[in-house]
Design a protein. Structure first.
Length: 258
């Protein structure tokens, strides 16, 4: 298993090829392009990158699960904000038929949240249970008491989506995004990211397998969607920083966890 000490991404883009080919998937930048987060499998896929979808399906929580969550560190006021936003994924009769429980005075939980590492990231679904106790399975590297409500909502809803097993929407097998690939390569292969061409291809253009993924039509309003500048598409399609669960997010997660 990869140790979390090598998972800090804010300025470590040159090391990402090893991470992505071992089962890591990058999350979106902020509008300034200086904040990156990612979702990752706690265990390495056994074959090529297309097995990400098969492993993803195996990260789904059992129906009606109670998922325990704790904080390893962080400001108590920020912790309360995270807890409040995360609960939107499990509203009875509206979203997932799961329970997120935050037991006091213990960190022996399924999900363990830290604020001390760079970037924002989460394990995917049940693979959090493979991370050794005492180590974080989710991190919010730029949330502070001064963070706006919109920023907290955007990043917390997104990372808890990964914690429930959701993929990045732009890699939805339904497709539909008309990428200007050369523009994307030029942008992401240059500073401040300096990705290789293979990193860009893996994280931006390779969809998950239809046969191994539960999905709907691509939803631009999804909380799991990357921000996409209009210059990155051939038809002017663009997506900003989504901060709420879309109608499709809610109906889809309810269908997955009825």
């Amino acid at each position: 298993m990869k140790k979390l000490s090598i998972c800090c991404l804010l300025a470590l883009m040159t090391s990402l090829l090893t991470l992505t080919t071992a089962g890591w998937a990058l999350d979106e930048p902020d509008a300034a392009g200086d904040k990156w987060c990612f979702a990752w499998f706690a265990s390495k896929p056994e074959a090529d990158t297309q097995e990400r979808a098969g492993l993803l399906k195996n990260t789904k929580w059992p129906q009606g699960s109670t998922i325990t969550v704790s904080f390893l560190d962080g400001d108590p006021a920020v912790q309360k904000r995270v807890q409040k936003v995360a609960s939107e994924w499990t509203v009875p009769g509206q979203t997932a038929n799961l329970k997120l429980v935050f037991p006091p005075n213990t960190t022996k939980t399924n999900i363990r949240i830290s604020f001390q590492h760079q970037g924002s990231w989460s394990t995917l679904g049940t693979t959090c249970n493979q991370v050794p106790q005492g180590q974080p399975t989710m991190n919010y590297g730029w949330l502070t008491p001064n963070s706006t409500d919109d920023e907290v909502r955007r990043v917390v809803l997104h990372e808890f989506g990964h914690a429930l097993g959701l993929i990045h929407e732009h890699q939805n097998p339904a497709g539909g995004i008309m990428w200007n690939e050369q523009a994307v390569y030029k942008s992401l292969m240059g500073p401040p990211n300096n990705w290789t061409k293979e990193q860009v291809k893996f994280n931006m253009f390779e969809p998950y397998s239809k046969g191994e993924t539960n999905f709907t039509a691509t939803d631009p309003a999804s909380i799991m969607m990357y921000p996409i500048p209009a210059a990155w598409t051939t038809n002017g399609f663009s997506v900003g920083l989504n901060k709420d669960l879309s109608k499709t997010d809610k109906s889809f997660i309810r269908k997955q966890y009825p």
